[in-house]
Design a protein around this ligand. Structure first.
Ligand SMILES: [Fe+2]
Length: 235
């Protein structure tokens, strides 16, 4: 028993040291970090290719994390607000870094959300309450997809298309420019698609519509349901 305890202590000590080597600086300085993807880079094949996922996560999202930490370094008290605290109180941000924080905290938040709302081997259609609410709001799931795609196609330049809920559980489709987020508008994202060319250009070139059509196969409707439940759950 004593040997087992000693082994566990050594294991935990080693794990702790390893973690501090990898992430110690971020933890000590309370910086924002690049979280790993919740699945393998090739998990969303054939709809989203491995090379796109590597670049998207390791280069583009990392740049948002780094730029956010650089912008916030003058104001270390802002770290404690977290991403949502920063993005839901943008008017209180220091003016010299306000837009940089909006862009890059938004970039980190949106991408974390994006990874969460996709998963391999998905059914392609919603289940549960979210399915009923979508049909009730938009007529049918197919009608919803059509309207969502129009919003996504019509987003000029870079941005996102979202299915969002207000605080009463009413659904709507919106699109945001650049890295603006629904939470800054007081809305809760249920699903969302990245419309920056870095999200699809390697595989789909300029055919954003083809990327959107393929993306439906990756949507994690269980997570969408959980996102909606968090809005309408009794408080
Ligand atoms: Fe992106």
């Amino acid at each position: 028993m004593k040997k087992l305890f000693t082994f566990l202590c050594l294991f935990l000590t080693f794990f702790s040291l390893t973690s501090s080597i990898c992430y110690g600086e971020e933890l000590e300085n309370n910086k924002f970090t690049l979280n790993p993807l919740p699945y393998d880079y090739d998990a969303l094949e054939p709809y989203i290719d491995k090379e796109t996922m590597i670049l998207h996560h390791d280069k583009h999202q990392k740049a948002y994390v780094d730029n956010l930490n650089n912008a916030i370094s003058k104001y270390p008290e802002l770290y404690s607000k977290g991403l949502e605290g920063l993005l839901t109180n943008v008017d209180s941000l220091p003016s010299d870094v306000k837009q940089t924080i909006i862009n890059n905290a938004g970039g980190v938040y949106n991408h974390e959300f994006f990874w969460s709302i996709m998963a391999p081997e998905q059914p392609g259609v919603p289940m549960g309450d979210i399915s009923k609410v979508i049909s009730k709001t938009f007529g049918s799931f197919d009608d919803f997809k059509t309207r969502f795609k129009i919003a996504a196609i019509n987003r000029f330049g870079s941005g996102w298309a979202w299915l969002v809920s207000d605080k009463e559980g009413n659904l709507s489709i919106i699109s945001t420019a650049n890295q603006d987020t629904p939470i800054t508008q007081g809305l809760i994202p249920i699903i969302g698609i990245d419309l920056w060319e870095h999200a699809y250009y390697l595989k789909y070139q300029n055919k954003r519509g083809d990327y959107i059509d393929a993306w439906w196969n990756t949507v994690n409707w269980d997570q969408a349901q959980r996102n909606y439940e968090a809005v309408v759950a009794p408080r």
